[in-house]
Design a protein around this ligand. Sequence first.
Ligand code: XIL
Length: 393
Amino acid sequence: MNQRRRLIGRRSFLFSLGSLATMSAVAMSKAAYQNQQIQALDNPNRNFIITEGFSLKERAAKKGLIYGAATRQIDLLSNASYAAAIVHNCSVLVPEWEFKWAAGNTTLRPSADRFDFSAPDWMANFAATHNQLLRGHTLVWHDSLPTWFRKTVNSHNAARLLENHIQTVVKRYAGKIHSWDVVNEAIKPEDGRYDGLRITPWLKMLGKNYIDLAFHLTAAADPDALLVYNDFGLDYDTPEQEAKRTAVLKLLEDLRDKGTPIHALGIQAHLSPGENKFNPSKLRKFLQDVASMGLKIMITEMDVADKRLPTDLKVRDRTIAGVYEDYLSTALDEQAVIAVITWGLSDRYTYVSESQPRSDRAPVRPLPLDAQMQRKLAWNAIARAFDNAPNRK
Ligand code: XIL
């Protein structure tokens, strides 16, 4: 019996050794694949030469496009050169925090029956003062909800609360908003639902029709705003992102078929070179499928995370610029794409610092301007994409 036990013990030890070896081989091959990908992404001979003399908003406007950035009141107030760069480059602004229920140092909704419009009003005034369009982001999302929300909102009062929020906020800025991200990030196939919907408090309390309801309420409150469904993870050639693209298309088709007043898809485009394979034809096909429904498309939150790129600044900036130009030259080929918005303008104020920090703790460099408001190759890459884009005029 002991001999038998020893034999089984030996076998299970060898088996676990074998599976350990297999797992480390897979991990090695994934890391090796990513390193190989990263090297392939950088081309030392690639130049990002541009004709000087025009800002990003001017280059976009020449082709009937709009360019802008997400920005925050706190940063515009504290840094005059940053505010000047925002005015110089952006024809549209997206308040990064101020139109959310609660985000950063702003709380539009201090309680279930109160609104604090001081921050969004300030942002709307800044945009108007500088002749900039204004994007509203976002009315219905599972994130950036105030602490009272989960304790207060339930399936009995959720519809009234949603209606009151949308009517109050959208009516206040009616006529001042270029486009609203009415619903944000409602698709998550990993949640396992037949329709790919993300299981959020809104879905649990109101059912899947909360999306249609939100669009109808917004359209009634501001008939002139472009109404957008906004989401991320739609960019790369992976099974997960293919599943997400399929689920988003299904959602858009369902909304169109039931007559929901939706006008555009927002593609966040938070890009991460070295993590996934970019396949231009896959993205192009997705954009064509969306456009064929009669919808416009906005690139709404673009940035390029450099967490997987080498420390060397020249290599990092050149690689990031290549990612911007490759993605935008593909996206802007689709005439239904009307806007490009980066999620920030300067590396000094970027979401990527919190969402995808580098393991070497070096400051990240995901945006067109560096932390001192100087142009980087990413700026040139976006400029070239606009300069070479088909004219929409
Ligand atoms: C982010 C902001 O940039 C952060 O400052 C905040 O803490 C969380 O939200 N997708 C979205 C944006 O639609 O609203 C998120 O913005 C980034 C991901």
